[in-house]
Design a protein around this ligand. Structure first.
Ligand SMILES: *Cc1c(COP(=O)(O)O)cnc(C)c1O
Length: 400
């Protein structure tokens, strides 16, 4: 059996994926971050501070909620939501942002830098940096700035320096490039806080570890409520952090199936999707090896999803590995299915889910239909949809 707890290896590889595809100066710096991380997670003071913040600041443990009306409507398996939408700042991202901001502070860094797509990582990081008292600079594509205006306002109020990115498709990928250029100006004193389980080693490992609290809690909670493990876990996959957060605690439980859901956007047959694991090929991107949606020259293709947080042309290296060994199955949901799930969850449960999370719910709904009533599907409800409400109302021309 695969020993998941020993992954990645010391060079940051999950099988053939991950690593550090970087110039030697940056490899040295990444290795310093790795050493500092390995040291602080063993420190009682660091752990105590982080656990205390999870409890009193984020509001952990987040509830595990039986979506009874939604389950009844579909008429199959029971669907449970892990309520990461109830976290302070409204999504799972605060779990790793607090960890990263604390680590940067412990390392004596002077500025934390990042990109953001939907603005969720930006808000979570600006929040963590305000709390931890460290300077914060966020790069964001102009298209996303327009689409996610409330998050932009929040970041400014929280005191971060917001840099609009006008190059390329003016979305997440370009924001990554822009933030990385700034980082290269002084990597000794700056800390690049990567927003998912992507980027060079040790980020896929660190972000996964900080997120793994989600699955640990969910496992205890489902055992307490149902006295057994779930049959299936479902989570949406952009970079893959909320999915790794849920999956990690269950990797050794062979009876538990796991499904990562990618955005099929306007259809897999069109160019407008971001189904990296489904249609991508192996390559290098942003300092690591993974599946990528790329052209003949190895340049990342423009990607699209109705959920800004999912439109990334690469994906976390551990997901690539889990796909190859078939421990996790990756499926897709298109914009229409996502919107249907968004509306149905809102109307039946009084929960407005993020468009990202709605991909996972939509797949769980499809799956539940063909499963018997005593089966359990556990969905990571990665974030709340307040940020998407106006956009969806306009898009569906709702007369609100
Ligand atoms: C950013 C985001 C995602 C996608 O990121 P992952 O790293 O794939 O988890 C999913 N859901 C929400 C609510 C987000 O904000």
């Amino acid at each position: 059996m695969t020993n998941f707890s020993e992954m990645p290896d010391k060079n940051g590889y999950f099988g053939e994926y991950g690593g550090q595809i970087l110039p030697p100066e940056l490899v040295t710096i990444m290795n310093e971050i790795n050493d500092a991380y390995d040291k602080v997670i063993q420190m009682e003071s660091f752990q105590k501070e982080l656990q205390q913040l999870y409890a009193d600041y984020v509001g952990r443990p987040s509830p595990l909620y039986f979506a009874k009306r939604l389950s009844n409507e579909i008429g199959g398996a029971k669907i449970f939501f892990k309520r990461e939408d109830l976290n302070h700042t409204g999504a799972h991202k605060i779990n790793h942002c607090l960890g990263e901001a604390l680590l940067a502070k412990y390392m004596g860094k002077t500025k934390v830098l990042a990109e953001t797509g939907a603005g969720q990582h930006g808000v979570a990081l600006a929040t963590a940096c305000a709390l931890v008292d460290i300077e914060c600079e966020i790069h964001m594509g102009e298209i996303d700035i327009e689409k996610e205006h409330p998050n932009v306002t929040k970041m400014k109020i929280l005191g971060c320096n917001l840099i609009p990115v006008s190059r390329g498709t003016r979305t997440l990928k370009d924001a990554v490039d822009s933030a990385f250029e700034e980082y290269l100006k002084d990597p000794v004193n700056y800390f690049y806080a990567i927003g998912s389980v992507v980027g060079p080693h040790p980020f896929p490992k660190m972000v996964r570890d900080f997120q793994s609290i989600v699955g640990k809690e969910a496992k205890e909670q489902i055992l307490a409520k149902e006295n057994r493990l779930p049959d299936v876990l479902v989570a949406c996959v952009g970079g893959g952090s909320n999915a790794m957060g849920l999956f990690t605690a269950f990797l050794d439980d062979e009876s538990v199936k796991m499904i990562g859901v990618e955005p099929a956007g306007k259809g897999l047959e069109t160019a407008e999707h971001a189904a990296t694991l489904t249609l991508g090929t192996k390559g290098g991107l942003h300092g690591f090896k993974c599946y990528i949606l790329q052209d003949q020259q190895g340049q990342p293709l423009p990607v699209y999803s109705i959920a800004s947080g999912l439109d990334y042309p690469g994906v976390g290296p551990q997901h690539c590995y889990l796909k190859d060994i078939k421990r996790v199955v990756y499926e897709t949901i298109d914009d229409k299915e996502c919107l249907d799930a968004f509306m149905l969850t809102s109307r039946l449960e009084g929960i407005i889910p993020a468009l990202e999370s709605s991909h996972a719910i939509a797949y769980a709904m499809k799956l539940a239909k063909n499963m018997s009533k005593e089966k359990i599907i556990l969905v990571n409800l990665s974030g709340r949809g307040d940020k998407d409400a106006d956009f969806v109302a306009n898009y569906l021309s709702l007369n609100i």
